[in-house]
Design a protein around this ligand. Structure first.
Ligand SMILES: Nc1ncnc2c1ncn2[C@@H]1O[C@H](COP(=O)(O)OP(=O)(O)OP(=O)(O)O)[C@@H](O)[C@H]1O
Length: 747
């Protein structure tokens, strides 16, 4: 049986009990209907009182909305002392007995109070007047609306407004087009509560404005003079008002839905018209789905264009932007301090989770909180001290300083990790949200990425892959020099991820913009970047051409982060061999061609034993030539000397033979993948023979020495804070990098 959402029995019983209690007074009043004095309904005073209450409550609600919605937004987005004080002030009227609220109001607007005197001098009476009723209602009802607005805004992902900023929307536009529509339901609920509370307001009103009678005051007076029988008819206006409110709310909601459906159709039509006008690109990045309604079909059919397509012709200029970034930021327990200089068209930032990749992108896009940095910069300008300027961020694109420019003016496209699609807008509407969105461009990219049949859909009706591509189209809607992609493939499954990578690669050839891809997956860097920045714990460990960094990671940490196998810390022996291990755990020494050793890895003999080097043995340069146990037999005849368990000294030749102990094994499509202990290091290699190798087996491995690489290892700590030139060139890191002359603690 399918699981249905439901409450445990005990909780259900409690819920029913409370609901029954709320209904009980109404039911208890039913028998009294017969004896009710219905003549009260013909009393004009009752309807005047109802008018005062409803008219006052409506006016009060409008006043509350005007101030309460922005106040709720402020409270939702700020946590400082001012926000905390305001939150306390807003909640205070809830805790005050209404009569006390009335007394407090009299101190402000009473006939002898400063404000009351001021207004009565101007001919406007505040007490014992309609104005007094409204003011009392505003005081007691406002907290309901403000608190509801704050909750509604706080529930919104701030990332949505950040993305809106990168689309060029100014603060007022972001508020009106993104925050307000998304929080509208919560705000409306709060305003309705405030309206109902204002209608029922008695305590403060009776103190401030006994006349004209509001409905609660009229009820109180009628009860005193005519008793319980006159009460039931007085309920009638309230019930009528409640019914009217419910009908109004339903009407507004369906009108909203109709309007948003019309908006989606209009936006789609605009794109279709634009596409007809526009020149259609030669090759699509993705075939449109055959089944136009099925979300998953579109993903399945995301196929890249042929590499021979003239897709590149669409980009008029493929010059890379020159980037100069110095990004510093502090969170409690985390400090980011990153310097990147690059002229690559395709850059990747790779590192483990939490190392500061997304924060770096946000700083470049201008959407991370930067108050501290800006303050430091202003201070520096005031004092004309360059050292302080160093403490601030530096974002230069083609030499243009952007660190002081707002996100909306930076012209940097940003696709965040969760895509941040606006849930209230259809795909077409959000792609056209940027004030300067180019409809023709959106239409072409939507078609190229297989989204042209989904333009009227909202994000909730799109699959993850489609959402990713939708965010991409939205980012491409306006011209930008730089496109920031945060973990573009992380939420997708493996086949879709490789399809999307292909589509992104194709896209990179077409657009005239530099892309920065952030990822924890080295494969993304491999496929989507010419240059790579490896980060950890808020620092750059290494930067360089992707191929170079993968070939010669500066440290073991970098090798691990990039998942480069068989990188071993080794030392040089006095006679120039590469060695690891010792007599107790197996001494291994290799002699390799000196042209495979970077300068610095060939240290003079007297320093050799201290020289730390890294040796990379490509996994396909390791071959299993003999399995010694469980059934010793040779797999291949070789003229090289046989491997032994003792120290292995190998003369320079095509293959070096090493003795290995299999530590673990897992199957692959072609055979097995082996992890073997060689001395005190671990080597990995594929085994494609016909036998099955088990853990514990002893092997002889032949290593193709011509394919080895050896270079001086950088000190792990030295890479952090090294200059880009040093990290780009591992050899320069053989000695620890001197700290930059004017480096300062990040602000
Ligand atoms: N608002 C915040 N307050 C405090 N710390 C934060 C805040 N936002 C991020 N951090 C911290 O800053 C560090 C960097 O975060 P960032 O989101 O840049 O990581 P990341 O490298 O992108 O990780 P992932 O790949 O998991 O997204 C993390 O250690 C995180 O805990």
């Amino acid at each position: 049986m399918p699981t249905r959402p439901g409450l445990p029995r005990a909780l259900r019983a409690l819920a029913v009990l409370l609901a029954a209690y709320l209904l009980a007074p109404l039911l208890a009043a039913l028998p009294a209907l017969g004896s009710a004095d219905w003549h009260v309904l013909s009393d004009r005073a009752l309807w005047q009182a109802a008018l005062v209450s409803f008219g006052g409550a409506t006016l009060a609600t409008v006043l509350i909305a005007l101030g309460g919605v922005p106040l709720g937004y402020y409270l939702a987005r700020h946590t400082g002392a001012l926000a905390r004080t305001l939150a306390f002030i807003v909640q205070a009227p809830l805790a005050l007995p209404p009569l006390v609220s009335g007394v407090l109001l009299l101190f402000l607007i009473g006939p002898y109070a400063p404000l009351g005197t001021l207004f009565s001098d101007a001919g406007l009476q505040l007490t014992d007047a309609f104005a007094g009723v409204v003011l009392a209602q505003v005081f007691v009802a406002a907290p309901f609306a403000v608190i509801a607005a704050r909750s509604a805004f706080a529930a919104l992902d701030p990332g949505l407004e950040e993305v809106a900023a990168t689309l060029g929307l100014r603060p007022a536009q972001r508020f009106m087009k993104v925050a307000l529509p998304l929080a509208a339901r919560g705000i409306a609920a709060g305003l309705l509560l405030a309206w109902l509370r204002a209608i029922g307001e008695f305590g403060a009103t009776v103190m401030v404005a006994y006349h004209p009678y509001s409905l609660p005051v009229f009820t109180f007076v009628s009860f005193g003079s005519q008793g319980l029988d006159a009460m039931l008819p007085v309920l009638l206006p309230t019930l009528l008002a409640t019914l009217a409110v419910v009908a109004l709310a339903a009407g507004v909601q369906s009108a909203n839905l109709r309007r948003s459906g019309r908006g989606a159709r209009l936006a789609r039509q605009r794109l279709m018209d634009a596409e007809i006008d526009a020149e259609v690109d030669a090759a699509p990045l993705a075939d449109p789905p055959s089944n136009k309604g099925a979300a998953t079909d579109a993903d399945a059919q995301l196929t890249p264009a042929s590499p021979n397509s003239d897709a590149g012709a669409a980009a008029p200029d493929h010059r890379a932007a020159s980037l100069q970034l110095r990004l510093r930021h502090r969170y409690p327990g985390f400090a980011l301090d990153v310097s990147i200089t690059s002229n690559a068209r395709r850059l990747a930032i790779v590192g483990p989770s939490g190392c500061g990749k997304s924060l770096s992108l946000k700083l470049v896009a201008g959407v991370a909180p930067q108050r501290a940095d800006r303050r430091a910069l202003r201070r520096a300008h005031r004092r004309r001290r360059t050292a302080d300027v160093d403490a601030a961020n530096l974002i230069r694109i083609d030499g243009v300083a952007l660190e002081q420019v707002n996100a909306e003016a930076r012209r940097i496209a940003y696709v965040p990790q969760n895509y941040a699609l606006f849930p209230h807008l259809s795909l077409a509407e959000q792609c056209l949200l940027a004030p300067d969105a180019d409809a023709g461009k959106v239409a072409r990219w939507a078609k190229a990425l297989g989204l042209d049949t989904l333009l009227e859909r909202r994000p909730a009706a799109l699959s993850l892959g489609q959402q990713q591509r939708a965010a991409l189209v939205r980012a491409l809607a306006r011209p930008s020099r730089l496109i920031l992609l945060d973990e573009p493939c992380s939420a997708l499954d493996t086949p879709l991820r490789s399809q999307l990578r292909r589509a992104l690669r194709e896209l990179q050839t077409r657009i005239d913009a530099t892309t920065i891809v952030v990822s924890h997956d080295p494969q993304d860097a491999l496929e989507l970047a010419d240059e790579i920045v490896v980060m950890d714990a808020g620092r750059v460990l290494q930067q360089g051409r992707t191929a170079d960094v993968l070939r010669r990671p500066a440290t073991l940490s970098v090798a691990r982060l990039l998942d480069v196998r068989n990188v071993l810390p080794v030392r040089r022996t006095a006679d120039g061999a590469i060695a690891w291990g010792n007599q107790s755990d197996g001494h291994v020494a290799l002699r390799m061609p000196t042209d495979r050793m970077l300068p610095g890895a060939t240290a003079p003999a007297e320093q050799a034993e201290q020289a730390d080097c890294l040796l990379r043995i490509p996994t396909d340069a390791v071959h299993v030539v003999a399995i010694a146990t469980p059934e010793p037999r040779s797999l291949r005849t070789d003229t090289s000397p046989a491997a032994s368990d003792g120290p292995t000294e190998v003369a320079p030749q095509a293959h070096a033979h090493l003795s290995a102990l299999v530590e673990s094994v897992y199957p692959t499509a072609d055979g097995q993948w082996l992890r073997c202990a060689v001395g005190d290091r671990t080597l990995e290699c594929a085994y494609r023979g016909t036998s099955t190798v088990a853990a514990g087996a002893r092997l002889t491995l032949a290593i193709d020495v011509a394919r080895l690489d050896c270079w001086p290892a950088a000190h792990e700590a030295a890479t952090a804070g090294a200059t880009p030139a040093q990290v780009a060139n591992p050899a320069a890191l053989a000695t620890p990098a001197a700290p930059p002359a004017r480096a300062r603690a990040p602000t």
